[in-house]
Every structure is written in C-alpha cells, then in structure tokens.
Design a protein around this ligand. Structure first.
Ligand SMILES: Nc1ncnc2c1ncn2[C@@H]1O[C@H](COP(=O)(O)OP(=O)(O)OP(=O)(O)O)[C@@H](O)[C@H]1O
Ligand SMILES: [Mg+2]
Length: 351
C-alpha cells in the first residue's frame, strides 16, 4: 500500500442534558486532543432517550460545530435506553460468518421486538466457561426507527454518520484505551442526567450490562421540591452556587439523600450481577458522567460496594496543547466527555 487514507471522525454524544463533541488525532502511544466542546439542551429536547424536538437539537449541534470550526463530516455517535437491547447469550460454537448468516434467526428468541424492526449486531466473546461446545455472544438490537431518528438528525446537520455505537460500549472503549485490559472484574458506571449505565467487564469483555432510568436530574427534583425553586436555580444550587434563603447545610442534606438513592440503585444492579453469575464479584468500579463529579458519589458507592471506586479519566492517555486547552478545565470536566471521547477513538469501519 502506498498510502493509507486518513479518515477522521468526530465523536458526538447527544446526552439528555447536553451535546458533547470530541475530536482526537492518533499520536505516538495514544491520542492528541484536537477539539472539545459542550452545548446544553433544553429539558424537553430528549425524553426517555428519544428525540422529541429534533429542530432544537439540530440548531444546538450546528452552532456547536460552527463555533468549534469542525470541518470533519464523518461522525461517530451512540444511543442507549429502552430501544436498545443488549443480551449475553450462549450458542453452539460457530464462525463469525456462520453467526452473520444466522443472527436474524437466533436473535428472535432473545429480543422482545419484531426482528424486522431492529438493527442487529453481535460480538463473539469466546468459548463458554461451563460448556466447551458453546460460545458466549453479546447480541445487540436497536429499534430501527429510534436509530433512524439519530441518523436523520446528523444528516440534517450536514454529517455522515459512520459509526453508531451504544453509550456503555463507548465508555468501555475509552476505558480500554486509557487503562488497558487486565483480568480483574471491573464495573464501568456512566452516571448521566437521566440514566445510569452499568457495564461489567471480565478480562476486557463485557459480561453484564444494565440501564437504570434515573440520574442527576434526581438531585434537581429533590432540590426543587425542598426549596420551591425552578429547575434553573436548582441546577445552580446543585453545582454549589448560593441562592438567598437556601442554607448550605440543608442543601448538603438533600444532596446526600439523593446520592444515596442513586448509589443504592447502582448497588442493586451490581448485586444482581453477583447473584446471577457463579461466584464472580466486581473487584473495582470506575464512575463517569456528570454525576460522578458530585463530591459524595464516589465515597458513597465505595462504601456500598466495598471495593475501590475511581473516577474514570478519559484523558489519561490523551495529550493536548496547554496553549489551546486549560489543563485544569479539562480535568474538571473529563467525566462529562467520556462517551464522546470513546466515540472519537472509533475508526471508520469499526462495528
Ligand atoms: N460539576 C458537577 N457537579 C455536579 N453535577 C454535575 C456537574 N457537572 C455535571 N453535573 C450533572 O451531571 C448531569 C449531566 O451529566 P452528563 O453530561 O454525563 O449527562 P447526559 O449525557 O446529558 O445525560 P444521559 O446520559 O443521562 O442522557 C447533570 O445532571 C448535571 O447537573
Ligand atoms: Mg450521557
């Protein structure tokens, strides 16, 4: 080959509270940060992971892309929520090609949607540990109309959607790129505004995933209720801002209670994994997403799980120019960009 065409991708994560954009360049032993940006979405734009007001999202994405002067037209993006089903299944050992040919048929018994209405994908994990004639496979099904809404949105913004990922696999990607793969059983927990996604890895393979339909907006709801504030002021209070007639002790109490509710939900999912997988226990957890920035979350979860909990640093192996990016800012917002960074590390042709 005389030359390899470099096909750049920009990673765009449309979360329920904001759009995150990351562009990376491959560099020696890792990546270099090229572009980074975030723009808020209105609370009505995305509800239950579904696009409710596409025009407002298109406007936000277009403005963000313009202000960051992004020229790349190829985009990697991801979806999550009820319209996406991820199942670990066992099948007789077969090749990738055989699997490709039979996936539609195999999927029928595991997927609660009409097979004609979903996009299917799979990854063969390897032989099953209990039965050598079987192999473990991760099956992914996403509703076509749901994925189609995201594809059309990006097309309307002038992008070519090249990679359609799942949020939790994108976090797995950014984790592997930054921390490598080892034999430990590790839980990755993306704690966003309206949902939390748990992905448990064993030797770098996803063995359990779960979506929890509650997230950082639980803090806002509790603060609004307790102090009679609107959502905007509640967000301010949550991020540590002062508002007249709201005592900081009361805020701490409300924040602590909401933190316990959230971490209890995560603990439930992880307990469910332990109960259903033969004597396998999570040995370490990494948290990410905006909620991982709430001061008490890490400690609350570590107490509940009884294992070390760390905030995932998506920039661990990413270099950047200090002239262009403020290191302190990058570090302080890192967890918010994990999904987008994982997307930016995808390459065209990746599944
Ligand atoms: N510094 C911070 N301290 C506390 N909370 C924060 C901080 N930064 C962001 N958050 C909260 O994190 C949430 C946003 O996180 P994130 O951007 O990961 O969510 P999202 O991707 O928009 O949502 P989802 O993934 O659920 O669709 C919001 O609830 C926001 O208030
Ligand atoms: Mg998110």
């Amino acid at each position: 080959m005389l030359f390899k065409q470099k096909k750049d991708l920009v990673g765009i994560d449309i979360g329920s509270s904001s759009v995150k954009l990351v562009q990376l360049r491959e560099a020696k032993g890792g990546y270099q940060l090229v572009t980074l940006g975030l723009a808020k979405l209105s609370a009505e734009a995305i509800v239950d992971n579904a696009i409710m007001d596409s025009q407002s999202i298109i406007d936000v994405v277009k403005n963000l892309v313009e202000s960051l002067k992004v020229k790349t037209k190829n985009v990697a993006t991801s979806v999550s929520g009820h319209s996406v089903i991820i199942r670990k299944i066992q099948l007789p050992i077969m090749t990738e090609e055989e699997m490709e040919a039979s996936i539609q048929w195999e999927a029928e018994q595991y997927i609660p949607f009409e097979i004609s209405e979903v996009n299917l994908d799979f990854q063969i994990l390897g032989p099953d540990s209990n039965d050598a004639s079987q192999m473990d496979v991760i099956l992914v099904a996403a509703k076509k109309d749901f994925v189609g809404d995201y594809v059309s949105l990006f097309k309307e913004c002038g992008f070519n959607p090249q990679v359609m990922d799942i949020d939790c696999f994108s976090v797995q990607n950014v984790f592997e790129a930054n921390y490598g793969i080892d034999d430990e059983i590790v839980a990755l927990i993306d704690m966003g505004a309206s949902s939390m996604n748990v992905n448990i890895l064993k030797s770098g393979m996803s063995v359990f995933t779960r979506d929890i339909q509650v997230g950082g907006s639980a803090y806002n709801e509790e603060i609004q209720k307790r102090f009679g504030l609107n959502n905007e002021d509640a967000e301010k209070v949550k991020l540590g801002g002062a508002i007249d007639e709201v005592s900081s002790d009361d805020v701490t109490e409300v924040m602590n209670n909401a933190t316990e509710t959230l971490t209890q939900e995560v603990q439930r999912s992880i307990d469910f994994f332990s109960a259903t997988s033969s004597d396998e226990k999570v040995q370490k957890a990494y948290i990410t997403g905006g909620v991982s920035l709430v001061a008490m979350v890490r400690e609350s979860l570590a107490n509940r799980l009884g294992v070390p909990v760390e905030v995932l640093d998506p920039w661990r192996q990413v270099s950047f120019s200090e002239k262009e990016f403020d290191p302190e800012y990058l570090q302080s917002v890192g967890p918010v960009f994990s999904v987008a960074a994982g997307l930016a590390m995808r390459r065209m042709g990746d599944k």
